[in-house]
Design a protein around this ligand. Structure first.
Ligand SMILES: [Zn+2]
Length: 252
């Protein structure tokens, strides 16, 4: 009885609860329906746009890659870079979250960093293993960002499938006390670089792209490759063979 009184029309002149809420709830549910179907529609549209733009991007990358492949020289170089296979998961170890290296390069780097630290030098590992698909992203994204043509781009970043980083043996190093020189030619003026020039060979690291290298790749004082095992040496044999031939022809 109490309940009927409370919701009755003459209870202090209030609108009965049932009548007060019913129309509001009706309006809400129809708005909600619009919102619900609208958001499903928008999700489907954005999903469709993403799929289309991704496949378009894949298509344009494939087209550009085809164009690039026509530039492969008789000795297998593409814009100055040798082809390199991807390291397998079992060969790679985590140097730190998000950065993997070939196990053998990792051990040599660990020893080298310890020796450098002993001499008061702090080496920073900037990058190591890169999958071919990541290299693809770097190569094409940087290219479009900087509006460079492929030939210019390849001087600073190898085309996908042609980066030493894919092997897990290549590393980019910086000087912890001069981070502004990361990936810059000015890295050659840092104590870290001077130390590397004197000591890296002891740990089987060599500078891949010295100034004026015969591959025609831009000078990269930060980029070193590990050649301390038979497997690593085999991977870099084409590059070293080219270097030997060039030295021989110069000394003749
Ligand atoms: Zn590099």
């Amino acid at each position: 009885m109490k309940r009927a009184e409370r919701s009755g029309p003459n209870n202090n002149g209030e609108i009965p609860l049932a009548r007060r809420f019913k129309p509001v709830r009706g309006a809400f549910s129809s708005n909600f329906r619009y919102l619900f179907f609208g958001s499903i529609f928008l999700t489907l549209i954005s999903f469709f746009i993403t799929i289309t733009s991704n496949s378009f991007q894949r298509f344009s990358i494939a087209a550009r890659q085809k164009q690039l492949n026509s530039l492969i020289s008789p000795d297998g170089l593409l814009l100055g870079h040798f082809p390199y296979p991807e390291a397998t998961d079992s060969e790679l170890v985590l140097a730190y979250p998000g950065l993997r290296l070939h196990r053998d390069a990792f051990i040599a780097l660990r020893d080298m960093r310890a020796a450098a630290a002993y001499d008061g030098i702090s080496l920073v590992l900037l990058s190591g293993y890169r999958s071919i698909s990541l290299q693809e992203e770097i190569f094409y994204t940087n290219k479009s960002l900087r509006n460079q043509i492929a030939i210019e781009r390849a001087k600073v970043s190898a085309p996908p499938g042609y980066s030493e980083h894919s092997t897990g043996y290549a590393i980019d190093l910086g000087d912890a006390t001069m981070r502004e020189t990361d990936f810059e030619v000015t890295f050659e003026g840092t104590p870290a670089f001077k130390w590397l020039k004197r000591n890296a060979a002891k740990f089987h690291f060599v500078l891949s792209f010295p100034r004026g290298n015969s591959q025609g790749v831009s000078y990269e004082p930060w980029h070193w490759r590990f050649e301390g095992t038979v497997d690593a040496l085999r991977k870099f044999e084409p590059a070293n063979k080219r270097l030997r031939l060039e030295r021989n022809s110069k000394s003749k």
